[in-house]
Design a protein around this ligand. Sequence first.
Ligand code: HEC
Length: 269
Amino acid sequence: MKRIITGLFLLSTLAFSGSYETGKSLFAQKCSLCHVGYIAADKIKENFFEKKNTIYMLGSPTVNMLAYAIMRGPKHIGDSKDPEMQQAEIEEYLKGALYHPNRANSICDPEIMKYYDEKTPFTEKLSDDQIAALARYFMEYRKHRLKKSPPSTRMLTKKYNAVNLLAEANAGNKRIIVEASSTHCPWCKKMKKEVLQSEEVQQILSKGYVFVDVNVDKIALPFDLKKKFKQITPTFFILESDGSFVARYPGSWEKADFINILKEYAPRK
Ligand code: HEC
């Protein structure tokens, strides 16, 4: 008897677990009228905290703001270490947010709330599996978004070498940036953390460049750059998509200055 019950229970959780893809298309059909698509976090901050919502004039959270509030914000729902339980909690939360919206229970940033329109109760009845699919969509939102744009900074290795770089740069009509770094290089680490990994820089890089980090202690610089390298790490070399030399920037750069360099050399399309 016990067995049958667990079997049934399993079946029902499977049936109601929903899929990311279904959730994504539901969101597009039913929610995107008010909730717009992805806007980068630093742009959102600028919009609300510096420009009083005059850049985007958002009347409701963007999809990535919702996913962030649900999964990682200060009032996130459930515990991501227990995804099954968390999904159930997110489903409950979504039902509440949709059918009994109440600002007192909001998980959004209270500073931003004042810019939003009043949320009226959602009039269409969604089934339990539709709610489950929406929950999965938010749960997996970040993973899928990051998958679409893989980190735009990679290490040069034997497997990911000059040949791969040229092929990638050519296919995307992009310039190449080679960073010469070294194992013991505090400035490289600082710049990686504060500049290269920032969302704004990542976006510019992924649009216009193929970026590769070369640890000169372990592997030789590609494209004959050794001749142009003055043993300063980091040094950034900008190259055409065929590997020919364009410019050299030795030293560590502040974010704003580095962005100016990137904008100057980004191929115009
Ligand atoms: C008619 C416009 C509209 C539609 C359609 C809409 N929403 Fe919203 N939603 C809003 C607004 C406005 C807010 C922010 C104001 C608020 O929460 O009171 C909001 C807030 C939310 C929140 C955050 C609630 C909180 O904790 O503050 C969630 C989650 C949400 N919506 C999910 C959805 C989902 C999922 C759908 C589609 C099934 C959807 N919404 C459809 C307008 C809408």
